[in-house]
Design a protein. Sequence first.
Length: 642
Amino acid sequence: MTYPFQHIRQSLASKLSVGILLLVIAGFMGTLGFLFLRSRQIVKQEAIEHAERILDNTSLRVTKYLQEVEVATNTMEGLILRHLTPDSLLEYTHRIVAINPHFNGCSITMEPEFFPQYGRYFSAYSVRNGDSITTEREGEYEYFEKVWYATPKKKGEACWVDPYDDYNEGTLSADQIIVSYCKPLYTAEHHFVGVIATDLSLPWLSHMISAEKPYENSYCVMLGEDGRYFVHPDSTKLLSKTIYSDTDPTKNTDIITLGHEMTSGKKGILEVNINDQKCYVLYRPLPQTQWSIAIVCPEHDIFHSYYRFIYIVIPLAIIGLLLILLYSRKTVAYFIAPLNQLSRQARHITNGHFDEEVHVIKQKDVIGRLQTNFVAMQQSLNEHVNNLQKVNAETEQRNEELIHAHQLAEEASRQKTAFIQDMLHQIRTPLNIIMGFAQVIRDDYENIPQEEITSITTTMKQNADHITRMVAMLVDSSSIDSEQHIAMDDVLKCNDFTREAIAICDTRMVDIPCMITLETEVPDTLTIHTNQKLLSNVMNELLYNAKKFTAKQAEEGKVLVRIQRDDSHVRWLIEDNGPGISADNQEKIFTPFSKLDDFNEGLGLGLPLSRQTARLLGGELTLDTTFTTGSRFILEIPLTDF
C-alpha cells in the first residue's frame, strides 16, 4: 500500500507531476469556485428580483381590491346621509354587494334608538351566499361593541379592521372569516349616526394573494399589526397564532426579527430558517392598512438548477484533472533527465551549507532555471533567518510590555489596598463618634443639659449621614456600570427642582455659614423629561462639594447656581469662590477613588459617579477650566427625551 507514495517521494518526475497537478487543481478550483460563487450570486439576485416583482404585483392586486372597497363605500356614504330611511339603507347595502361581485357583504348600522319604531337596534345587512344575495335587518344583539363598529367610532375616521368571525346566533351572518372597511357616518352637523362596513372574504383574499408564486414550494404570508397570521398555507395558524408565539425566541431569533420588521411596516428581505430549512423572505406593507405581506422562497427551490449544474461539472472536472496528471508526468520526466549533472552541486547544499554561493550558469534550459531556483532558495533562507531575528526582537518587546502590564496590575492592587484602608478610616471615625456619644447619653443622660443633648444628637446625625452617603456611593459605583436602560419618565420644572436641591443642601450643612444663591435665565414653566432620583444625586453632590470647599472662607464664602438653556440643553453652572482645582488635578478629579488630599474626607467617588450618571441621562458633567476664582462645574441635560 505504501509503494505508490514511496515512488512519488523517490521520483522527481512524479513529484513535479503531482506538484503541477496540485497547482492546476488550485487554479482550477479557484477559478471554478469564483465562477460558481458568482453564478450563485447572479441566480440569487435574479431570484430575488423575480420574487420582488411577484410581491409587487401581489401588493398592487390586493391594493386594487382594497381601493375598490374604499371607493364603493365612500361613494355610497353621500347617498346614505341624504336618505336615512330603513328601506333606503337596506337597498344601499344590497346595491354595493350586487355591483361588486367580489364583495362578501355590506352593513349599515345605526346608533341606538335612531329609528324609534325599531327600538334600540337597527342594522341593514346584505351578504353574498354563492350566486345569491340576502338582504335583511339584522337581529337584535349588542353589535355596538363589535370591532367593526367600535373601532371607526373611536377613531372618528375610516379604517380597515383585522379579520374576524362575524357569526352571531339567530341572525344573518357571514359563513366565513371576513375583513371589513369601516367608515363612520356623520351628519352635516358632524353628529355621529352610525357605521357602514363593507366586507371581503378572508379565504377569497388569501386566494388572490397566493394566486401567483415564483417557485413551486414558495408561499405567501400576511400578518396583522400584532403579528397574527391572516394568510398562511397552514390554516391552523390563522388568527389563533402570531409569528412570535409560533416560534422559540431563543433559537429562532431570525423569525422574531422578521416579525418585528413586518409589524413595523418596513420593506426588505431576510434570510430565515423555517422548519430547519433556509428560506428567503421578501416582505412589504400593504398601503392604507396596518398589515404586511411576504413571499417565502425556500433556498433549495431557488438554487435547484444551480445544484444540478454542479453535479454535472464536478465529474467532468475530475476526469480532466486525471488527464492533466498523465500528460504532465510524461512531459516532466523527459525534461528533467539532465538534472543528474546538477546533483553534485546540490549535494553540498543538502549538507547544510545553504549560505555558500552557488555557481551561476548561463544556460536557459531547465537546468539553468533550476540553478536560478537554487539561488532564490538561498535568498529565501537568508530572509527567513532575518525574519527569525525580527521575531526575536518583537518577542523581547512583548516581554517588556508584559512587564509593564504586571507593574500596572501591582499598582492597581496597591491602590485597592489603599482605598480599603481609607474607606475603613472614613467609616470608623464617624462610627466611633456615634458610639462615644451614645455611651455618654446612656450613662449620664439625666445630668446633661437639653442644649448639649441637642448638640450631641445633631453631631451623631451628621456622622450617620456621612456614613450613609459613603455607603450609597459604594452601591452606586458597583451598579451604575450595569445600567442598560433607565426610566426617563419624570417631568421636572428646572427652577423648582434647583430650589429644592438648594434647600436640602442648606438644611444638611446648616453648620456652614455660606448660603447658596440661585440665578436663573429660564422661566418657571420650563420642564425636562429625566430621571429625578439620578439627577438629584448629581445636583446634591455638586452643591455638597461647593459648600464643603467654601466652608473655610467663613462669611466670605459664596456658592452661586446659574440656570441657562439653548436649543437642545438645560445647563446648570455651580460656582464657588473656594481654593479651586489646580491644572494638574483637573482630570484626576473624575478618576474613581482618586483624592486630591489624603487627609480630606470622602472616597474619591462623588464626581466620577456624577459624571457617569449625567452621561446616563444623555448629558455631560465638565469642569470649566477657564474659571479662575474658585471652581465652576457645568451640568448639561437634554431638553428632549433621551
